[in-house]
Design a protein around this ligand. Structure first.
Ligand code: AMP
Length: 311
């Protein structure tokens, strides 16, 4: 099944509590998502960067065997999206130190014709109007899922509400679910978002895992998963995007035959996402996602599955 993602490819500056700062490293929601999802199979990316985007980072993306970057537009005269984040001591919270939207304020990138029959669609963090534009160009989609964050809730709420009413699933952080709904309770916030249109909602809670709700013919099912208990956390940036990449990569590629999309299947996909995120946070940027092997992933997935089992 074909998988397509749109989102940001950015240049990040990240400050961690250890005092270590990395400037101008490769990041962006689409980059992390793709680097994770491609461990399950091919992913087609649609994004735009400026002509300041370093050759070194184009080479990094080319190094991921299953990322197709035909849809990555390098726009002359434009500047690449830039973002800065500073983590608090517990690594679970961060402040955005700056956001330079740059190319994101211009026309969105085009979807190549070859990508237009996509069945699995992920609208990674980006302007909701761009996410909507992408959705409208993909009439054969079977499962469309979006992510969002505080910036878009604050500056583009109307577009975001339209988007949420049109996707099958929404993935967002707990703080963002609170901001969007006004609910302090995770279950109440997730159910409130279900009422906005999607058939499932995943609320990410950092080191506390995730909660998910799904509506089907029988009502609303609820589930939750812990995070993988990681001992080594260097840089949590991209954890959410690679969580989504692991989840969507699994759904698009590892389940052939199109079984029904059930709460259990979503749970399995989220477990794969959890494992992927646990690797991302071990290093800065996409470094760990570039080095993990199929065996590393399988081993950690088995370990995580053992931890989840209750006898
Ligand atoms: P995550 O840690 O999963 O939330 O993802 C962090 C990545 O998202 C960073 O690499 C940033 O470049 C990118 N990012 C930060 N803010 C935004 C935003 N408002 N829209 C899209 N991408 C963003």
């Amino acid at each position: 099944m074909s998988l397509i993602v749109t989102g940001t490819i950015g240049i990040d500056t990240v400050e961690t509590p250890s005092g270590e700062t990395r400037e101008d490293i490769l990041g962006g929601s689409c980059a992390y998502f793709s680097a994770a999802a491609q461990h399950h199979g091919k992913v087609n990316m649609v994004a735009a960067v400026g002509d300041d985007f370093p050759q070194e980072y184009r080479d990094t993306l080319d190094g991921f065997a299953n990322i197709d970057r035909q849809g990555l537009e390098i726009r002359s005269g434009s500047k690449t999206f830039r973002w800065g984040g500073k983590y608090h001591d517990n690594m679970d919270h961060r402040d955005t130190t700056f956001t330079d939207l740059n190319v994101l304020e211009e026309a969105p990138p085009a979807v190549p014709d070859e990508y237009k029959d996509a069945q699995y669609v992920f609208l990674a963090n980006g302007h909701p109007a761009v996410q909507l534009g992408m959705l409208e160009q993909l009439p054969n989609r079977k499962l469309a899922v979006a992510d969002t964050m505080d910036l878009w809730i604050n500056i583009a709420l109307d577009d975001l509400k339209i988007l949420v009413s049109k996707v099958d699933g929404l993935v967002l952080n707990f703080d963002e679910a609170q901001l969007l709904t006004g609910h302090q309770n995770t279950v109440a916030a997730a159910k409130h978002i279900l009422d906005m249109g999607p058939s499932f909602v995943v609320v990410k809670k950092g080191e506390h895992g995730c909660l998910f709700v799904m509506r089907d013919n029988e009502g609303i099912g609820i589930g939750s998963l812990p995070a993988y208990p990681a001992e080594k956390v260097i840089d949590p940036t991209g954890a959410g995007d690679s969580f989504a990449g692991g989840m969507m990569g699994y759904l698009a590629h590892d389940h052939g035959g199109e079984p029904d999309f059930t709460l259990d299947r979503l749970k399995a996909a989220l477990a794969h996402g959890t494992v992927m995120a646990s690797f991302t946070i071990e290093t800065f940027s996409l470094e760990r996602l570039a080095s993990i092997s199929t065996a590393d992933l399988a081993e950690r997935f088995d370990e995580f599955a053992r931890m989840l089992r209750v006898h």
